[in-house]
Each structure stands twice: as C-alpha cells, then as structure tokens.
Ligand binder design. Structure first.
Ligand SMILES: Cc1cc2nc3c(=O)[nH]c(=O)nc-3n(C[C@H](O)[C@H](O)[C@H](O)COP(=O)(O)O)c2cc1C
Length: 385
C-alpha cells in the first residue's frame, strides 16, 4: 500500500503556496509546472530523464489488472484520468502515464489560436478546495497542437501507455451558427491522434457555447463529426447547470446519434453556498464571472451521473468529474454509474500522490466488496466501506 509522504517536495513547498488564495498567481504556478512537463516530455527518452521519470513513476503508477477495462472499445489501464483544461496544448502528452493516470484529456483545442480572456482569470479558493476560472479557451489552435504532439513522438492510439482524449471547442471568433465547421476542422486534423474526442459544449467562458447543448444544435454537431470516416469514439461533455429534463434530452440525442459516452460535469455558474465569499479581486464570488470547480461540485457531480445513468438506461459509458479529491469520492462516482473518473482541482490541491491514493483506495474497496474487476463496481451503488 502506498504511504502518503507528507514531507515530500509537493507538500512542503507547493502545499503552502496552494493553501492560501494570495501569493503566486494561480495561472503563473500552473504555467511553470507545464513548462517543466513540456521539457521533460520532449526529452523523456534521454537516459538521464528516463531514469528520473522511471523513479517518479515507481511511486505514482499502479499496475493492477483489476483496474483494467475496455470502455467504448478503448483499453484503459486504470479508470483515473486528468480532466481537460490543464494540458490545453498537449505539451505533456508523452508524460501523463508517468504520473499514474490511465488517461489524459488534452485541450480544449479550438480551430483558431486564441489568447483567452484578460488576466487575472484563475483564482484559488483554498479554504473550500475550489477554484474559479474564466480562462476562455486560451490555446495555440489545432494546427499548432498537431505539431506539438508530433514533436513528442508518441505511440499511435491503441499502443499508448496512457489513453489520450482530445477535447474540442469553438473559437471565439467563429459565429455560433458556424460552430460545427470549427469542431469539424479541428477533428479532421487531429482524429488520427485521438483515442477518443470530446465535443465540449459546456464551458461557461465562451459566449453562447452552452446553447450548443440544445437538441437541434447538438444533433447537427454530432452528425457533422460522425461523418468523418476516421472519427474516433465521440463523447459530449455537459454542464452541471442543466435541468434534469435537459439532461434527459441530451442523453436521448446522444444515444440516437451514436455518441459513445458522456462526460459530466464541467465547471459551474452556480455559486452554491459560497455567494458571499471574497476572492483576491476583493469581490464576492457572486460578483465574479467564471466557472467554479473543486469540492463545491461534488454533490452535483454525483447527482448528474445518477440522472444520466437513468436517462441512458445504463447503456452509455459515463465519465464522472467534478470535486473528486479522494478515493472515497472517486468510488462514489463509479458506484453511481461512472465507468471512468477525472480530476483537476483536487489534483492541484492534493498533489501528485492523489493518483496512487485513489487507485489504491479503489483496489481496496473492490477487495472489500469481493469484486474482481472495476467493471463490477460501476453502477453497483456499493457503499464506501
Ligand atoms: C483552470 C481550469 C481550466 C479548465 N479548462 C477546461 C477546458 O479547457 N475544457 C474543459 O472541457 N474543461 C475545462 N475545465 C473543467 C475541468 O475539466 C473539470 O470539468 C472541472 O474543473 C470539474 O472538475 P474538478 O472539480 O476536478 O476540477 C477547466 C477547469 C479548470 C479549473
């Protein structure tokens, strides 16, 4: 069993920085980490780097066959993934397996490169283990993304140590009624690199994007992308702020049009019970735009998975994301019906050890419940023991 090293670098140094809202800007911290990851990924085959990486991965990776499963035709070594938005440009594509992830979702990628919203646009809310962001799909665009992946010389889909999904969005300059062309151009360029692709219609920071979740719009989008002869398994990522009826509608459309899975949930416009909480701008959360992530999303994330399971009649793989920050919260999402789970804000606050902690915790739960494979836990509603 993995022992959480409370005195390691992350906990001593970054733990302190992350435990307060002020101090080093959240985006600067995240970009510094990504620059190191980019460098390591490009150089990972040099002996000095491969030694360091294999030492790091000894601590973080778990090779437990009971966590292995095939979902929408793709083989996942374990059910824990890095959620979209951390590696928007794919700079760490060759490295995420060393962190122990079974999969990583790269992007959101848009057809046109874009700077995103004015800074500051990412805020820590440490006391609540939450974050507020209004990044606005800052990314280098699909053509540059392709070059970034090619430079890293990553094995092809199906032959990778870590499954790579590509999350697609609409460029800000593209009118909403032409959004489908934007997604199509990106997917046509990147399909051959993707183990799966995601239609992101749920980020709150691109004006009008969420309206693409409506039946007519999402149907057109799905059909356009499905027309690609090499379309990879295609998933939709939905918002937590949909009503139950809207969730039912989108599930129906997804199933009618051959979607392979649904990812729930993106960040929320709801402020839950944190409306009056002040962030570093001096304003309350209620007065700031952007999407909330982290622990405040736990309850809604679980509810949406349960609703989706019902509306898809248990017939479509679901990926649970939102507030997962422990083995227990990951287990609850799987027991509620998620085949796979993803983390973002929890990983930032808890550090890299969260990955082995979750994987060890899931394995132990399976043993306690007498399950031989993670598949048996999905939708079992087995309680955390
Ligand atoms: C800074 C930041 C940027 C994000 N960017 C994206 C994105 O580009 N595309 C996307 O689909 N989700 C994005 N997300 C949402 C996450 O993928 C995830 O759905 C959400 O944060 C809930 O999970 P969490 O509570 O574990 O963070 C972003 C989240 C954060 C915190």
């Amino acid at each position: 069993m993995y022992k959480n090293k409370k005195n390691d670098f992350y906990n001593i140094f970054l733990g302190k920085l992350l435990s307060q809202d002020e101090g080093i800007d959240a985006e600067i911290l995240s970009n510094s980490a990504l620059n190191a990851i980019k460098f390591a990924s490009l150089n990972r085959n040099f002996p000095i780097f491969s030694n360091i990486l294999s030492q790091a991965s000894n601590d973080l990776q778990r090779s437990n066959a009971s966590l292995n499963q095939v979902v929408f035709g793709v083989n996942f070594k374990n059910p824990l993934g890095l959620a979209a938005g951390f590696d928007k440009n794919g700079v760490g594509a060759g490295l995420w397996n060393y962190f122990g992830f079974g999969f990583a979702e790269l992007g959101t990628v848009t057809w046109h490169s874009q700077k995103g919203n004015p800074k500051p646009r990412l805020f820590r809310i440490a006391k609540e283990k939450a974050a507020l962001n209004r990044m606005g799909f800052n990314n280098e665009g699909a053509k540059e993304f392709l070059k970034t992946i090619e430079k890293q010389q990553i094995p092809t889909p199906g032959n990778r140590p870590c499954v790579l999904g590509i999350n697609l969005g609409k460029s800000k300059i593209t009118p909403l009624n032409e959004a489908y062309k934007d997604y199509f151009s990106s997917l046509r360029l990147l399909a051959h690199l993707s183990d799966y692709a995601v239609i992101n219609v749920s980020s709150p920071n691109t004006p009008g994007l969420r309206s693409l979740q409506r039946t007519k719009e999402i149907t057109k989008l799905i059909r356009t992308l499905k027309d690609l002869s090499n379309c990879p398994p295609l998933l939709i990522k939905i918002a937590p702020d949909l009503s139950n009826e809207e969730i039912d509608d989108i599930s129906r459309v997804a199933m009618d049009n051959g979607i392979e899975g649904i990812i729930a949930i993106n960040t929320s416009l709801n402020r839950f019970n944190l409306k009056n909480l002040k962030i570093t701008t001096g304003n309350t959360l209620d007065q700031e735009s952007g999407g909330l992530s982290g622990v405040p999303l736990q309850k809604r994330g679980l509810e949406v998975i349960r609703r989706l399971r019902r509306s898809t009649q248990d017939d479509l793989p679901l990926i649970g994301v939102g507030g997962i920050n422990s083995a227990k919260t990951a287990w609850e999402r799987i027991a509620a019906g998620a085949s796979l789970v993803q983390i973002y804000t929890g990983w930032i606050f808890e550090g890299p050890n969260l990955v082995p902690d979750i994987l060890d915790g899931l394995t132990l739960q399976m043993e306690k419940h007498g399950f031989k494979n993670i598949k048996e836990a999905i939708g079992s509603e087995s309680p955390w023991k």
